[in-house]
Design a protein around this ligand. Structure first.
Ligand SMILES: [Zn+2]
Length: 212
């Protein structure tokens, strides 16, 4: 039953989201206005995780991302010389991060209650957006590569937000096995056959572990 709920939610979440997107555009006036205000607690969480993932001091804001396609959940603006250590997410993504941080165990794919299970794909997607945009901050632009690297860092984002290592790895595995494969059909630009254990985009090729 729980599995059925999860599967239905997965189809919805992935079909609706070509999550995470790099934009080759300079900072806009809207960006500047967002950056001028202090980061909310949720944005600070995103900044903390992105900083630990990238080693850069990263600004994160949730608000108008300057992208009309509602399926795009995050944007990393690029300046003339590359990313500008700043990314934006849609406000709903900050909401999911906040929910997750308040009670990580609630969203464990192995133990969630039915109503919460239906939201696990959205939660996993929010974690994935933070990881994905962080790899854009590092300068990667190939979406399939960025998505694959991000997928391998979902566990890290989840763990930094308070999940146990076991749950964090379960969320990474959930995304990799239930959500990522759908991309081959829905958003093929974000999918690669090399995104697998031992594949070209495996960040830890010497380890027989995937994806965490
Ligand atoms: Zn992207």
């Amino acid at each position: 039953m729980r599995f059925g709920v999860l599967l239905a939610a997965v189809v919805l979440a992935v079909a609706a989201a070509s999550a995470a997107h790099a934009e080759a555009r300079p900072l806009t006036a809207t960006d500047r206005a967002l950056l001028a205000r202090p980061a909310t607690v949720e944005e600070q969480i995103g900044e903390l995780v992105a900083r630990r993932l990238t080693g850069h001091v990263v600004s994160v804001r949730c608000g108008a991302i300057g992208e009309s396609d509602p399926n795009v959940l995050g944007v990393t603006p690029w300046g003339p010389s590359g990313p500008v250590d700043y990314f934006l997410m849609r406000p709903t993504e900050c909401t999911y991060l906040s929910w997750f941080r308040q009670s990580p165990a609630r969203w464990d794919p192995h133990t969630c209650g039915a109503a919460d299970c239906a939201r696990v794909p959205s939660i996993a997607m929010a974690l994935a957006v933070v990881a994905h945009e962080s790899y854009h901050i590092l300068g990667y632009r190939n979406e399939a590569q960025v998505e694959c690297y991000g997928l391998q860092s979902i566990w890290f984002v989840a763990n930094k937000l308070g999940a146990s290592v076991a749950e964090a790895q379960a969320l990474g595995a959930f995304y990799a096995t239930r959500m990522y494969p759908v991309r081959q059909m829905t958003t093929p630009r974000y999918w690669s056959v090399e995104c697998r254990d031992g594949g070209r985009y495996d960040l830890r090729r010497t380890l027989a572990r995937w994806p965490s």
